[in-house]
Design a protein around this ligand. Structure first.
Ligand SMILES: NC(=O)c1ccc[n+]([C@@H]2O[C@H](COP(=O)([O-])OP(=O)(O)OC[C@H]3O[C@@H](n4cnc5c(N)ncnc54)[C@H](OP(=O)(O)O)[C@@H]3O)[C@@H](O)[C@H]2O)c1
Length: 278
């Protein structure tokens, strides 16, 4: 029997404002509509509306509306962090006493948002990652003290449209989150690249090596996503003592191997995130 699609956003009442309908904003919008939000409940501010947005405008979604602004239930800010000083202050016109503001901008802190918005605004800062494009992302969210339990649930439902959601209470963890899950997809893609090069070095034709590396990384990711076992157990399950995998893991897990390199890489990304934050 086909599993019914859950539509938690059917319960969303009032209007939602999306600021920035680029890659992330569009992926979120698509997810919200699939989860029961109606186009007529959505207002989008986007300098270059694409064809999909124009089609939604014919179904009642408002794009770049002119005239008087009224408070909305929730605002989602999905512009590039460098655009924030221009894009965030005008959002204030849509913020009322019970408006939730959810930002997915990398590195833009809760304090930055609070300074740009009316005093007392409920703010959630979240860090998603690229698999959001296929609703397989993971976002980590942190709320300011003005966020009510109902708004927190609402923020969770909005983020669930692009994947899983974890919450933290300490905003300073967002730099390490950015370094692990935000930048993490690049590490997985690099793994496929490196496996391709290593396969070629071992004598495989480049095309075959690339296909094998890509499908191995993608398939293993999917297997891990569907399994209840942790990563270490899955690894042990495919490693026979004295076998080929064990020979490779001896190198990868040895001195200067994966663990050390990734610890250094994630520490470097965490430092960079801290330096860029504002
Ligand atoms: N992509 C990721 O994997 C990822 C991961 C984690 C977090 N994020 C965060 O998500 C946010 C969006 O990233 P993205 O990849 O979706 O970027 P993007 O594709 O560049 O989308 C940003 C959109 O905002 C529009 N915009 C620019 N100025 C605006 C303004 N003043 N008002 C309203 N809209 C405006 C841009 O239009 P123009 O193109 O015309 O400028 C663009 O369509 C970023 O802050 C990023 O840090 C992204």
């Amino acid at each position: 029997m086909k599993k019914a699609v859950s539509k938690p956003l059917q319960r969303f009442s009032g209007q939602l404002l999306l600021v920035g309908a680029g890659k992330m904003g569009s992926a979120m919008l698509e997810g919200w509509l699939a989860r029961g939000l109606k186009p007529k409940q959505v207002v989008v501010i986007e300098p270059q509306p694409d064809r999909a947005l124009k089609a939604l405008a014919r179904r009642g979604l408002k794009v770049n509306p002119k005239g008087k602004r009224a408070a909305v239930t929730a605002v989602v800010i999905a512009v590039k962090p460098q655009t924030a000083p221009d894009a965030v202050p005008p959002v204030s016109a849509y913020v009322g006493k019970s408006t939730l503001v959810l930002s997915i901008m990398a590195g833009r802190t809760i304090r930055f948002l609070e300074n740009a918005l009316p005093a007392g605004t409920a703010v959630v800062r979240a860090m998603p990652n690229t698999p959001a494009a296929i609703a397989r992302g993971i976002s980590v969210a942190v709320a300011n003290t003005n966020v009510s339990p109902r708004q927190r649930k609402q923020a969770g439902e909005l983020l669930a449209a692009i994947g899983k959601v974890e919450w933290v209470t300490d905003e300073s963890l967002m730099d390490a989150v950015t370094a692990l899950s935000g930048s993490g997809p690049a590490y997985a893609f690099l793994l496929a690249e490196a496996m391709t090069k290593a396969g070629v070095a071992a004598g495989l034709p480049p095309g075959l090596a690339a296909t094998l590396a890509r499908e191995t990384v993608a398939g293993s990711g999917e297997l891990m996503g569907r399994s209840d076992l942790d990563a270490a157990t899955l690894r042990q399950n495919v490693t026979s003592p004295g076998g080929t995998t064990a020979a490779a893991l001896e190198v990868l897990m040895g001195p200067g191997g994966f663990d050390e390199l990734l610890t250094q890489a994630i520490a470097a990304a965490t430092r960079r995130s801290r330096a860029l934050a504002g």
